[in-house]
Design a protein around this ligand. Sequence first.
Ligand SMILES: Nc1nc2c(ncn2[C@@H]2O[C@H](COP(=O)(O)OP(=O)(O)OP(=O)(O)O)[C@@H](O)[C@H]2O)c(=O)[nH]1
Length: 204
Amino acid sequence: MIPPLGVILAGGQATRMGGGDKGLLRAGDTRLIDHVIDRLSPQVAGLALNANGDPDRFADLNLPILPDSIDGFAGPLAGVLAGLDWAATLGADTIVTAAADTPFFPCDLVPRLHLATEGMAHPLALAATPDPKRGQARHPTFGLWPVALREDLRTALQDGLRKVVLWTDTHDGRTALFPDEAAFFNVNTPDDLKRAETMAKDIQ
Ligand SMILES: Nc1nc2c(ncn2[C@@H]2O[C@H](COP(=O)(O)OP(=O)(O)OP(=O)(O)O)[C@@H](O)[C@H]2O)c(=O)[nH]1
């Protein structure tokens, strides 16, 4: 397996948190984004951060900062596109995305996504977890994405597409199932941040 490039998605507005950058909030002693970097960097060949606005607030991370190229806040797919455009400049075939507000995702994210895409000409898969009501819940910010489909994605976004699974379904995207229902717990509200602090202590 050729390791993909990694792109951390932090381009949202964090309205439920009252604005700002959720990734820069601390869960215990460590910022959410540092938890994400710790988990993702060993699994990928290189790392970048998708974020909008002043890039200086992330200067200490020493990562390439990739802003959205689609006007307005077009959702996580705009961050995926920014990541694919970056990967294309480096001659890479695929990227794996992880959200900056999801600190404790599985350490085998990349191998499982790869396994799920075996045999695909253009590997495309989302992470999923068991869901009592729907069978499976897909996690649209955790995926393996092919550079070859970036122009298709750009066109879809320019045409107004926002829903991640609509686009992945169009391209027969697969799912990689992770058994732990809480594996992709993400921080949206101040209460979630308290829970992440507790989880960080439990993991230590
Ligand atoms: N590049 C980019 N990423 C986005 C955008 N909106 C959301 N995201 C990312 O998508 C992931 C899930 O985002 P949400 O929780 O739905 O949105 P959020 O902005 O983080 O938070 P809320 O405003 O409270 O919904 C996070 O990694 C966000 O950074 C966007 O317009 N552009």
